[in-house]
Design a protein around this ligand. Structure first.
Ligand code: NAP
Ligand code: MG
Length: 498
């Protein structure tokens, strides 16, 4: 664990002025006049004030998005939308370090983390390509007479996008890209814990990107007020939600009012399977970082690690050693590998799971507690944790923890591990570590999840679809199918004899 914190001045964006809502191309305070605090989870300090948007602000933002959709934005040609996305990619290339640095202050991801991922400039360029490749079909019909039929693919309309805190700048861009590619407009509600980089992005878009006001609107606020109003709004045509499965269920209910379209990227309890023939040099850090990375606050965290019995003891020993060796610290310290959890609430949740694990009989072989020594006591730090003697029915093996907590479970055969891995309501990610290619294919076919990684974990690319089975989601984000989620298909019939 490190103590020295590199003295880097906060980004100029954290200038002490309260942040406002971005509606119709302008910065406006919340209608209620209320604000709430933004907190740095490494120190517990307040770093900014945010506008507490609610239903009245959502109304204004949806109206602005509707005006843009029916007005100037509709006139943009596919090539112009492509150029907007390419220009945005360049803008993000230029400012990506600042955006990530803001996230470090705001939600605690270490400055040392890797670049890339779903909301990268490359992702924007991928979606830029789609803008000029959306086309309907001419479909021969079998009706008598001369009847011509074809389809149009049209933007679905105003999209309400809601994101969690764990990758705010990347996730904002992941939501923005298909909206711009398809000609939709949007109202984005970021998570209350991590609003700053989406707002900085809006500032950059306003200053430097040539798009009509109202195409992208941002309303900060709470889920039960701003979020709920956006989801229930009668003039929103689609909701694109990323967050917990519990909130996903609420969203499906709330969207029923106008039967708006819904896509959901939800939680997981992803299995990561280590076979006895695996290269442990690869599997130990691979499976370890699949659950410790970003302090376990990743939707695909491989939090149930199934290890084949002959290597169970060795794996436990080595992954525990890895957990103990990781440098936990202030996110601004370039040496830090593991930062804090995002908030006091998340800390309470994770430590609650640590208590439940012990009371149900699991043994911590690394970590197992909040860090209470030195400066780290002020932040929300939990030591990377490995539990052994975990049984499938324990809460830590069933529920999403969203913290750096690995449950390690022994297994004896492919069929057994597939059955146990699938014995969950989630189906987001899965890992498999083996040198036996047929075992890998067999498990990949048996596992019920949206992604399976073999001898690697958590890789994503804008061209490859990402989504969840079962309670981990509806629909796809990324890849060619994701574009369909933002389009409606219209059939047109023409009697050419008329
Ligand atoms: P969350 O509590 O579901 O919140 C996510 C977002 O929904 C936040 O912006 C939240 O607002 C808002 N919200 C809460 N209640 C709402 C409601 N009734 N109506 C509309 N919006 C509402 O999730 P979280 O705890 O922030 O994030 C962690 C979860 O996200 C985990 O389950 C994780 O697995 C999942 N996740 C999934 C993916 C994926 O791609 N599948 C990626 C990342 C994370 P406030 O925060 O302001 O209350
Ligand atoms: Mg914060």
């Amino acid at each position: 664990m490190t103590a020295t914190v590199e003295k880097r001045t906060p980004p100029a964006f954290l200038d002490g002025h309260p942040k406002q809502l971005f509606i119709g191309g302008e910065w406006v305070p919340a209608a209620s006049g209320r604000t709430f605090d933004s907190i740095n989870p490494s120190t517990g300090e307040v770093i900014g004030q945010l506008a507490d948007g609610d239903a009245a602000d959502i109304d204004r933002a949806v109206a602005a998005a509707r005006r843009a959709f029916e007005g100037p934005w509709r006139k943009f040609t596919p090539a112009q939308r492509q150029n907007v996305l390419l220009a945005l990619a360049e803008l993000v290339d230029e400012y990506v370090d600042e955006l990530r640095f803001i996230d470090t202050f705001d939600m605690g991801a270490p400055v040392s983390r890797r670049r890339g991922g779903s909301g990268s400039p490359e992702g924007l360029r991928y979606f830029a390509g789609w803008a000029t490749k959306l086309s309907g079909e001419t479909i021969p019909n079998s009706l008598p007479g001369s009847i011509f039929s074809y389809t149009l693919r049209e933007p679905v309309g105003v999209v309400g996008s809601i994101i969690p805190w764990n990758n705010p700048s990347g996730m904002s861009l992941t939501k923005i890209a298909p909206v711009l590619a398809t000609g939709c407009t949007m109202v984005l509600k970021p998570a209350e814990q991590a609003c700053l980089s989406p707002l900085r992005l809006a500032e950059l878009i306003q200053e430097k990107l040539d798009i009509p006001p109202g195409v992208i609107n941002i309303v900060t606020g709470f889920g039960h007020t701003a979020g709920a109003a956006l989801v229930a709004h009668d003039d929103v045509d689609k909701v694109a939600f990323t967050g917990s499965s519990f909130t996903g269920q609420e969203i499906v209910r709330a969207a029923a009012g106008n039967l708006k379209r819904v896509t959901l990227e939800l939680g997981g309890k992803s299995p990561d399977v280590v076979f006895a023939d695996a290269n442990l040099e690869l599997a130990v850090p691979g499976a370890g970082m699949a659950v410790f990375g970003n302090s376990g606050q990743t939707c695909v965290a491989g939090s149930r690690v199934f290890v084949e019995r002959p290597v169970y003891e060795e794996f436990i020993e080595r992954v525990s050693e890895l957990a103990r060796s990781l440098r936990v610290g202030n996110s601004l310290d370039p040496e830090t590998q593991i930062g804090p959890l995002v908030s006091q609430g998340q800390l309470d949740r994770v430590t609650g799971y640590l208590d439940s694990a012990r009371s149900e009989g699991a043994q911590a072989t690394a970590g197992g507690a909040r860090i209470v020594e030195g400066d780290l006591a002020k932040g929300y730090f939990v030591a990377p944790t490995v539990f052994r003697d975990v049984r499938d029915e324990m809460r830590i093996a069933r529920e999403e923890i969203f913290g750096p907590v690995a449950s390690v479970l022994p297994f004896d055969s492919v069929d057994e591990v597939a059955r146990r891995a699938n014995n969950t309501r989630f189906g987001l990610g899965a890992g498999c570590w083996t040198r036996d290619v047929s075992k890998a294919h067999r498990l990949a076919a048996l596992i019920q999840s949206g992604s399976v990684w073999v001898n690697t974990y958590g890789l994503m690319d804008p061209a490859v679809p990402f989504g969840g089975y079962k309670m981990s989601g509806w629909g796809q984000e990324l890849g060619s199918h994701s574009v369909d989620e933002y389009l409606s298909t219209k059939a047109v019939w023409i009697n050419t004899d008329a």
